[in-house]
Design a protein around this ligand. Structure first.
Ligand code: SF4
Length: 364
């Protein structure tokens, strides 16, 4: 049996679905939130919502890195793309996200002559800098704890090489402060969390222990196969039925309680916490990562300036509400009519991890 098949066997899936329907007879409505864009896509792709009883609702939270990057930050990135002798290197999704003007994206700027390159890792961006010593290369560092260690390793390497024409615009964010802000938001209405397996590989599952300990909310670190997700949903529902919130790690094949110490150490050497602006959540104290003083020569914000203005969403766009789980994509008046993957209004329709893109693509 292939590895994947083990997690997609119909008999196992059917058993879990039956358990969930049974549990739902005893509980009231249950609202669960995933906080990982890959979970969002995996849930939609497998059609899991269609298998659940109507009383169990799955919401998408602030787990898509491109989606939580505010429009003001995109405007600043667009400004950087217009500087002479500057090459921007970015993950692909960011190229299609508009700033505060609809349709104004890095992709459009590239068509107009800006030097913008798609990369799959920060090391590729550093390689571009080595190949173009007469130009400045800026890597657009977005993401959570998942991409932060690779970015840290690249900055350490740039320092080691003395690559003076390379820098990172650090827009990295941390998961825990965002979850705390979400829980304290006035419209918070979530009964349990599907915790992000990829982030937990780095942080360790223990990083989510505060959810049951401080807030009485059950939390399960989940993998990405349909059976992973259904089992995690089942465990959350069962904990709610038993009124016994706890942290469980379902993704034990990759996640351990303490995480990856080498990755954590690289992050610790290069970054320190800083206040960060999130789309939909505003400024959250200590929720971003900034480069330490020792790495200032590789800090694009210090080299080229970076002052995002307060976020103004494009007219009618509900991305902020979607990111907080306060609105399902289909409830946005622009969904599927004005806003589509071919002509997106907001980042949630652009990103391969966005809730609106998932809902549009899989109609679920
Ligand atoms: Fe934003 Fe488009 Fe989603 Fe509406 S449908 S919330 S405009 S991405």
């Amino acid at each position: 049996m292939l590895f994947d098949e083990k997690f997609r066997r119909p008999d196992g899936i059917q058993r879990l679905v039956k358990e969930l329907w049974d549990i739902s007879q005893e509980t009231g409505p249950i609202r669960l939130m995933e906080i990982c864009g890959t979970h969002t896509m995996a849930i939609a792709k497998a059609g899991l919502r269609s298998l659940l009883p109507p009383s169990i609702q799955l919401l998408s939270g602030p787990g898509c890195p491109v989606c939580v990057t505010p429009a003001g930050a995109i405007d600043e990135i667009l400004r950087l793309s217009g500087l002479p002798d500057v090459i921007l290197a970015s993950y692909g999704d960011l190229l299609r996200v508009p700033g505060s003007v609809r349709g104004d994206t890095l992709l459009r700027r590239r068509a107009l002559g800006a030097q913008v390159q798609t990369v799959y890792s920060p090391m590729e961006a550093l390689e571009i800098a080595v190949q173009h010593p007469d130009q400045e290369v800026i890597f657009l560092g977005v993401g959570f704890e998942t991409t932060a260690p690779g970015t840290a390793a690249c900055i350490l390497e740039a320092k080691e090489q003395g690559a003076s024409n390379f820098s990172v615009l650090c827009l990295l964010k941390s998961t825990e402060p965002a979850l705390r802000a979400l829980i304290h938001a006035p419209d918070f209405a979530v009964d349990g969390f599907l915790c992000p397996g990829h982030v937990a590989v780095i942080t360790g599952s223990d990083a989510f222990a505060f959810l049951p300990r401080e807030f009485g909310l059950p939390a399960v670190v989940s993998g990405f196969e349909p059976a992973d997700l259904l089992f995690s949903i089942y465990r959350l529902a069962e904990m709610l039925r038993q009124k016994a919130p706890a942290l469980e790690n379902e993704y034990t094949r990759l996640v351990c309680p303490e995480g990856n110490p080498a990755a954590q150490s690289a992050m610790e050497r290069v970054f320190l916490p800083t206040d960060s602006l999130w789309r939909g959540l505003g400024t959250i104290p200590n929720s971003g990562l900034a480069l330490r003083e020792a790495f200032s020569p590789w800090d694009a914000a210090k080299k080229f300036g970076f002052s995002p203005s307060p976020t103004v969403e494009l007219a009618g766009c509900q991305c902020g509400e979607v990111i907080r789980g306060a609105c399902r994509p289909e409830q946005c008046p622009l969904f599927g009519r004005v806003c589509t993957p071919a002509d997106p209004v907001g980042p949630c329709m652009v990103s391969g991890e966005g809730a609106c893109a998932a809902a549009y693509r899989y109609q679920t």
